[in-house]
Design a protein around this ligand. Structure first.
Ligand SMILES: [Zn+2]
Length: 326
């Protein structure tokens, strides 16, 4: 009995060790380039991610590629091509470099997810590879509030209105404009502000779990100008039940920024905005406790922390990987 137990322990330990050896390369491989067919490498900005986060995906080829596709979150990933000889960085110096942003929704179940990448070089055979990406639970605060019943239970008409507006927003976020409407880094929409709060916060109102807070809040004075985080096209500019006066900007490739609780909207649907252009003013419209900007980011329907987009592309354009021959 004693022997068989220790033998079982031995095999258990061997099994654990084997599993560890097997898992370790999966966890580290995503951060370093790996090959995906002759002369093609695939790289992620981090080996793993968290709920509500972003990853930058790079596909680099020594020869021109005729097609690059990938599937993430059961959706086709929209890639863009980094122009060769880009003066900001050495990234596009030779060959073909494609990039894409992957969003991890703030409620995506933790686990390991596959990212399948397929490439077709203009003079070769198709190749494919699969990355395993571990997704961890985000660290979000939970807020428990006791409030008057009328604040958590809107009447039938208000519920109908809120549902219609939610559907309208979903229909907008589902549209993938195929062109990349911006160039360079994203910025925080308020001047002189670098951090905000409340992203992903779970709210429990009178013991009932509400939906998590899907944006970042920036408390500010009413009337403070709000700047477009990047260039894009206005997809929505109207008053909504929960977010008050709201503007949504389409940046192309499934990327949308959302600005809520405005005192004043200064743009209309269809307007083409430049980065930094004033689209409205901070206010306290909709369901708020005080004046602030609610800033949201949606990437192919995934609700992610917009402050991460400011950092992600900032890092990517300012961190050369290989020296550029002059
Ligand atoms: Zn908010």
């Amino acid at each position: 009995m004693a022997i068989s137990t220790s033998v079982r322990h031995f095999f258990f330990r061997v099994a654990l060790l084997t599993l560890g050896l097997f898992l370790f390369p999966l966890l580290v491989e995503a951060a370093v380039p790996r090959t995906c067919g002759p002369g093609v490498t695939v790289k992620l900005s981090a080996p793993s991610s968290n709920q509500g986060s972003l990853l930058l995906l790079e596909v680099r080829s020594s020869k021109p590629l005729s097609e690059v596709t990938a599937e993430w979150n059961s959706k086709n990933v929209p890639f863009w091509q980094v122009p060769s000889g880009n003066s900001n960085s050495s990234k596009g110096a030779a060959g073909d470099l494609r990039e894409a942003i992957l969003g991890v929704d703030l409620e995506k179940a933790p686990g390991t997810y596959s990212l399948a990448v397929r490439v077709q070089s203009s003079d070769g055979k198709p190749a494919s590879c699969t990355l395993q990406i571990p997704i961890r639970a985000g660290k979000f605060a939970t807020e428990r509030l006791q409030v008057g019943k009328e604040f958590v239970e809107p009447d039938a008409e208000q519920i109908k209105r809120a549902n219609e507006e939610r559907d309208k927003l979903r229909a907008i976020f589902d549209q993938i404009t195929p062109e990349k409407l911006w160039d360079g880094d994203f910025r925080v929409p308020l001047d002189g502000v670098t951090t905000g709060s409340n992203f992903g916060k779970r709210r429990v109102l009178n013991g009932q779990p509400g939906s998590p807070h899907s944006g970042v809040d920036f408390p500010s004075l009413t009337g403070t100008p709000i700047h477009a985080a990047q260039s894009g096209r206005v997809a929505l500019a109207q008053e909504l039940f929960f977010s008050g006066n709201t503007v949504v900007v389409d940046h192309g490739l499934g990327i949308y920024t959302f600005y809520g609780h405005l005192s004043e909207i200064d743009v209309k649907v269809g307007d083409d905005l430049q980065i930094g252009q004033v689209l409205g003013k901070v206010g306290a419209t909709g369901r708020v406790t005080g004046p602030h900007l609610h800033w949201g980011l949606t990437v192919e329907r995934a609700r992610v922390n917009p402050l991460q987009l400011v950092k992600l592309l900032d890092n990517s354009s300012k961190k050369p990987e290989t020296p550029t021959p002059q």
